[in-house]
Design a protein. Structure first.
Length: 256
């Protein structure tokens, strides 16, 4: 299943059911799981772990050293979960020692052409990064979030679960879960109601999230006042609690 023109380091651990396409380069200290397909002209650098059932398209670069002046050649990793699709010319850099030593992609992610995932990013499960989405270092994208094409996300920013970030957005502060955001600089445009309904959230859950969103962002309260009102007036569903905890734990501040 390895094309004769591919260059594969003998120290790479490649499943017998994996495929390696023409002219691809697989370096040492790489693990590739069952049924994973590596297309032509792909470069997999050292210290990369790729799960099962993934598909990586031509000209992708996985695990190259980080674009960080703090990196000095230490052993750090790139880890990609199962069933991920990584399209043409995607670049994913490995981690740095200061950032925890790993860049991680979860399961069932779709990373479209020309997207960039920088060092020490943590991308959750079932995340979509559209074409040319750009993640600076240390960005966290939580489960089921969608990042639109040409979006640029500042380092250390978090994007909450089930959030939808529109195309051509520039993001410098955290985006809470369950919301829609877009613009330069990105602003919130309400709850991601259509997405939540498509994903099976109940009407009652959406109703409680709408109440929470309104109290925090729409009626001019301070953050502390809003959180107190949410605690007093909104049913504490797991989603509401996650929404509030995300905001309370923000280090960069919350997009308004």
């Amino acid at each position: 299943m390895i094309h004769p023109t591919a260059i594969v380091n003998p120290k790479a651990d490649i499943s017998k059911s994996a495929e390696i396409g023409p002219y691809s380069i697989i370096e040492e200290n790489v693990r590739i799981g069952d049924q994973t397909k590596i297309g032509p002209h792909v470069v997999i650098a050292p210290y990369v772990d790729i799960g099962s059932g993934c598909e990586i398209f031509q000209f992708a670069s996985i695990g190259a050293v980080p674009q960080s002046l703090k990196f000095h050649g230490e052993e750090t990793w790139t880890k990609i979960g199962d069933r991920c699709v990584i399209r043409e010319c995607v670049t994913i850099n490995r981690g740095t020692e200061d950032g925890g030593g790993i860049t991680q992609i979860g399961n069932d992610c779709l990373i479209m052409a020309y997207a960039h995932v920088a060092h020490d990013c943590i991308v959750g499960n079932q995340v979509i990064l559209a074409n040319n989405a750009t993640l600076a270092g240390h960005v966290i994208i939580e489960d089921r979030a969608t990042v639109g094409g040409l979006a640029a996300i500042h380092q250390f920013v978090r994007i909450g679960q089930y959030a939808y970030l529109g195309g051509k957005s520039a993001v410098v502060k955290d985006i809470p879960p369950y919301v829609i955001a877009s613009g330069d600089r990105a602003k919130l445009h309400g709850l991601n109601q259509v997405g939540l309904k498509r994903l099976g959230f109940s009407q009652e859950t959406v109703k409680q999230l709408k109440k929470t969103y309104r109290l925090i962002f729409r009626i001019g309260l301070t953050l502390n006042e809003a959180i107190e009102r949410v605690a007093a007036e909104v049913e504490p569903t797991p989603e509401v609690q996650q929404f509030v905890e995300f905001i309370k734990s923000s280090q960069r501040g919350i997009t308004r």
